[in-house]
Design a protein around this ligand. Structure first.
Ligand code: ATP
Ligand code: MG
Length: 562
């Protein structure tokens, strides 16, 4: 089991940064950035990336910029820009006045490209996208030079200028870097720098008819912002030679790109492209569906910023890819909620119980502990009356050997209330149990044994007359396979969707203290798990709860308190 205190174990990034500071590299500055593309909502993998970037900067007295990598006008949207900022703030990070957009640099980037052309390091190529792919060669075969590779600088400058003016249709010409078509690294085989896209951009409008590619934009944006350590995920390792090449050719400030392993979680998909498919295909209710691994989904589910940060700190950063168990994330959530979530009683699948020897018009106000982990949370009153609800699964007419909860003739404790004994079982015409008749022992008020006699179970309950009717949504993993990408031939990852990932309970009952529950608040329903008031669908007169996580060891906890 992980320790309860988040620790800051050393990792290879910390080592590099410490060495750089010791050597006074960049005058000892540490300046990182998080560069999301605004083409989807952030997921917990992105959270790892921004926790590393913002976290390292904070740790070494440095700065971290937020920079939107908005170079593709077709896929990007302001909706995403806003959500990304909200999500980063929610996790507790702040970029102060250092909010940038790669599109702010379009003029400068264009000038850099012109400079490359003048240096004879870039050319305009008329091959189609398919032809470029064909000419590129493969991992085992070198590529071929484009027939346009040896255009004169003058001709290239003229054509590039005309690309800028929007003279050519999309897909007919590109600006390419002139590196080496036989390079072992395919990224170095004359990669594209600019292509025409006749589309308006969410920030620059119709000013540009051509847009720069990611590799070119990214290293130069880092350079323009004087980033010292450009921390990114492992898939960019093969792009590092290109990152370095552009900066070296142009002779500009040269940040160091350092790669770390992406976060992969079991039973989870962390790829915007695939998450979009889940949204568009109607497999989930939206980006913020509580089953989604997006930050907004996790938030709506009831995960806390502290839990997510602790989880990310614990798994650390490594150079190798691995799959982290989603149970580790749930552990962190439980650990945090256990400290902070108020305890309440809620019955998910109610079974009516009538206490025959309890007076009909009487109500008892019983004392209940709000949070045994936090004395300052205080106590509350819970009403008890003649008609109650208990959890249907806490009763068995014919109890198996290890079932210690309620059964005919058996006595159990109702949490904070009384010992009750089941005297009769009432069924409907189909033989289904619809009501239990019980008696209570008035001497056991508060749930303590009057004469030392023992009961083996403590049940949660609510008073029927006082309970609130609520809707509860239970969630399971969205996928049935540990690695959802593992599919049979001809199938895609949606074949691994878990058809039971959402269970709706419409007849749940909770204690009346929850009348004031507001969206986003999280409670522990004793013995049932942690539940968060849904931020979207919950109304004061119709509360909707999302189960955040189940409790691991319900019985042990109850025993400890009593
Ligand atoms: P996706 O693969 O989900 O589409 P992306 O990499 O295309 O994500 P970007 O917006 O480009 O999305 O990502 C911003 C930053 O987040 C990048 O620097 C990338 O390295 C990092 N990142 C994305 N996914 C993960 C992950 N699973 N673990 C760690 N970092 C990630
Ligand atoms: Mg990307």
């Amino acid at each position: 089991m992980p320790s309860t205190e988040p620790t800051a174990p050393s990792n290879f990034i910390r080592t590099i940064i410490r060495e750089d500071i010791a050597a006074n590299k960049n005058d000892g500055r540490v300046h990182t950035r998080f560069p999301p593309e605004p083409n989807g909502y952030l997921h917990i993998g992105h959270a790892k990336a921004f926790c590393v970037n913002f976290g390292m900067a904070a740790e070494y007295g440095g700065l971290c910029n937020l920079r939107f990598d908005d170079t593709n006008p077709v896929k990007e949207d302001v909706e995403y820009v806003d959500s990304i900022m909200e999500d980063i703030r929610w996790l507790g990070f702040n970029w102060d006045d250092r909010l940038f957009y790669a599109s702010d640099y379009f003029d400068q980037l264009y000038e850099y490209a012109v400079q490359l052309v003048k240096l004879g390091k870039a050319y305009v190529c008329d091959l189609s996208a398919d032809e470029i792919r064909e000419y590129r060669g493969t991992l085992t075969e070198p590529g071929k030079n484009s027939p346009y590779r040896d255009r004169s600088v003058e001709e290239n400058l003229d054509l590039f200028e005309r690309m800028k003016a929007g003279e050519f249709p999309d897909g007919t010409r590109v600006l390419r870097s002139k590196i080496d078509m036989a390079a072992g690294n395919l990224n170095m085989r004359d990669p594209v720098i600019y292509r025409n896209i006749h589309a308006s951009h969410h920030r620059t409008g119709d000013k540009w008819r051509l847009y720069p590619m990611y590799d070119f934009t990214h290293c130069l944006s880092d350079s323009i912002e004087s980033i010292t350590h450009s921390l990114c995920s492992l898939e960019f390792e093969d792009h590092r030679p290109l990152y370095d090449w552009y900066l070296d050719q142009l002779g500009v400030f040269h940040p160091q790109q350092i790669e770390f392993a992406r976060l992969n979680l079991s039973y989870t998909i962390l790829s915007k492209r695939k998450l979009i498919q889940l949204v568009d295909g109607g497999h989930v209710s939206g980006w913020d569906d509580p089953r989604m691994p997006t930050i907004c989904g996790l938030r709506r589910r009831g995960f806390t910023p502290a839990a997510i940060r602790n989880f990310l700190e614990r798994i650390g950063v490594a150079k190798r890819d691995s799959i982290v168990a989603v149970a580790d994330l749930e552990f962190s959530v439980r650990e945090d909620l256990n400290k902070h979530a108020p305890r309440v009683m809620g019955v998910l699948n109610p079974l009516k119980v009538v206490i025959d020897n309890y007076p009909e018009d009487q109500t008892d106000e019983l004392d209940a502990v709000n949070n045994p982990e936090d004395e300052s949370a205080g106590m509350r009153k819970v009403p008890f009356s003649r008609v109650l609800y208990i959890e249907r699964e806490d009763f068995r007419e014919d109890p198996p050997k290890k079932f210690y909860r309620l059964a005919p003739g058996r006595e159990v404790r109702l949490r904070y209330a009384y010992f009750i004994t089941c005297t009769d079982v009432i069924k409907d015409e189909n033989g289904e149990v619809i009501e239990l008749r019980c008696t209570y022992d008035p001497a056991s008020r508060g749930g303590s044994s009057p004469d030392g006699r023992k009961v083996k179970a403590t049940l949660h309950w609510v008073s029927a007359a006082h309970a609130l009717d609520v809707e509860v949504r239970l969630y399971e993993h969205l996928f049935t396979k540990e690695n959802p990408m593992e599919v049979d031939e001809g199938q895609d990852f949606t074949a691994n969707l878990n058809s039971d990932s959402l269970e709706l309970l419409t007849s749940a009952k909770v204690e009346p203290s929850l009348a004031d529950a507001t969206p986003g608040m999280t409670y522990q329903f004793e013995r049932r798990g942690y539940f968060c008031v849904d931020a979207k669908d919950s109304r004061p007169d119709h509360l909707v709860f999302n189960r955040t996580v189940t409790l691991r060891d319900t019985w042990a906890k109850i025993a400890k308190v009593l």
